[in-house]
Design a protein around this ligand. Structure first.
Ligand SMILES: [Zn+2]
Length: 487
């Protein structure tokens, strides 16, 4: 009896740990203090917005957390939010949960340019993408399939992480084993003035995911393990075997990353295997002979839409009730903002310079900016909606772009005077790449009577342009502050 009671207590304790295992806390306030108890005394530790900590417990509106250095403490609930490990699914307990049409683990390879990992087997409409999108798998990645629902396949990334992939993007092939059998061969820092670059050699293409915070980037390589001891820290990169079959490479910075990427090299190696390049952009260091605070920075401005845009495809944009088209407003503001940015010393790349430029493919706009090595991307739009909708909105997608969106919101608010602006998250095509921080500005509503009049006022458009240039400058100021390590 006594023995079974102890067992029950132990088991309950294990269960509660299991329920929280993997739960994390992200700091949502600008910074948060860490305390020894709910409402207790300060441990003299401040954690910054975006920092992620292990969730332990909560009480009376406070969250108990464990910091990366192992320190445990309490943060006020208003300053942080609890979330589960990015909605990854728990492993399927046994084969009885599998759909009979896939009764044994099978293997498939991504054959399209990329396949999205999702937390839910849902349709592929963009509207569903915000909620369920977990990450991206490049072509050639081999996946272990452990379940099926319709044309969706449940993928075992590692023992602890499952996700869903749409079947049309996969090439089904019989094949040999999968698991933690992608072995790390080596990791080497490559000399590169523009980026921190780590070249990671594996013996096969394993799936991976990138996470950004305001203090760096983490690369998760699933089904991968080091054969021996992990390589020592090189530059800003460190490696850890976070799970037996998940290798995590961290690039630690003292600021939000300016842009980052990871990709497999397509060149086949004589020795077999695969080479994964993990790159994190360095900020352009300010120079004492500079012509202005933004010299050596390349800013891409994207005036949304265009007169040549067909009614289908990339939407034609909105207009005022008396026929002023959004694409005209966007272009006027972008051309003026370009002048202000050039006055600050920046080099400006415009995705279109006249009203008839087509650029119907949204990805062509970000591709152009990537090709021209832009440091920052700002898409300029005016909004449409019900007559009552009004005000400034600035959107970002990747976490590292949030600071840019926030800086644009603050500076535009101060210039255009249409009330408080909103900084929001959205999965817009022009915001989804990670190689530079990007934001999409909706200056106001052309469908709101008061704001429609403003869009006819050259002084208002000039203020919009100033606000954008000043927002970009305010964002960049964090990298150019005297004494900034600029790493
Ligand atoms: Zn638009």
């Amino acid at each position: 009896m006594k023995r079974s009671a102890i067992f029950t207590v132990l088991f309950a304790a294990l269960l509660s740990v299991a329920a929280h295992a993997g739960d994390l806390v992200r700091v949502t306030a600008l910074e948060a203090g860490v305390y020894d108890a709910p409402g207790g005394s300060s441990l003299d530790i401040r954690v910054h917005r975006g920092s992620v900590m292990q969730y332990l417990d909560e009480s009376r509106g406070w969250l108990r957390v464990q910091l990366r250095n192992g320190v445990q403490g309490w943060v006020p609930g208003w300053s942080a939010a609890r979330f589960s490990q990015d909605r990854f699914l728990p492993p399927i307990p046994g084969p009885e949960f599998l759909n009979p049409s896939l009764d044994a683990p099978a293997f498939a390879t991504v054959f399209s340019d990329f396949a999205l990992l999702r937390s839910d087997p849902t349709n592929t409409l963009p509207a569903a993408s915000d909620r369920t999108r977990l990450g991206m798998l490049p072509r050639g990645v081999r996946l272990k399939l452990v379940g099926r629902q319709g044309n969706w396949f449940r993928v075992e990334l590692s023992r602890a992480f499952h996700a869903w992939v749409y079947g049309e993007l996969l090439d089904f092939s019989p094949g040999a084993g999968f698991g933690a059998d992608a072995r790390l061969r080596s990791a080497a820092l490559l000399p590169d003035k523009r980026r921190h670059t780590l070249q990671i050699a594996l013996d096969r293409k394993a799936p991976f995911r990138l996470f950004s915070t305001d203090r760096g980037v983490e690369l998760y390589i699933y089904g991968a393990a080091a054969a021996g001891p992990l390589p020592a820290r090189s530059g800003p990169f460190t490696m850890r075997q976070a799970w037996p079959d998940v290798l995590v490479v961290e690039c630690a910075l003292r600021h939000a990353p300016l842009g980052f990427s990871a990709q497999y090299l397509d060149v086949p190696l004589l020795t077999g295997g695969a080479t994964l390049l993990f790159q994190v952009n360095r900020p352009r260091a300010p120079h004492h002979t500079d012509r202005g605070p933004l010299s050596r920075w390349r800013i891409a401005l994207d005036p949304g839409h265009g007169a040549a845009t067909p009614p289908l495809g990339y939407a034609a944009g909105t207009s005022t009730s008396d026929g002023l088209a959004e694409h005209e407003v966007n272009l006027t503001v972008a051309l003026t903002a370009a002048r202000y940015l050039e006055d600050f010393g920046a080099e400006v790349i415009l995705t279109r310079t006249d009203r008839t430029d087509a650029m119907n493919d949204l990805y062509a706009r970000t591709d152009l900016a990537l090709e021209r090595k832009a440091d920052i991307f700002v898409s300029i739009h005016a909004n449409g909606g019900p007559p009552s909708a009004s005000g400034l909105e600035v959107y970002h997608f990747e976490p590292h772009s949030q600071a840019l969106a926030a800086a644009l919101t603050r500076q535009l608010e101060a210039r255009i005077n249409t009330g408080p602006g909103q900084t929001r998250f959205a999965s817009f095509a022009v915001l989804r790449q990670t190689q530079f921080p990007s934001a999409l500005v909706e200056l106001g509503y052309m469908t709101n009577a008061r704001e429609a009049r403003l869009f006819r006022d050259p002084a208002f458009l000039d203020n919009c342009a100033r606000g954008i240039a000043e927002g970009v400058a305010a964002y960049i100021a964090q990298f150019s502050a005297p004494g900034h390590p600029a790493n």
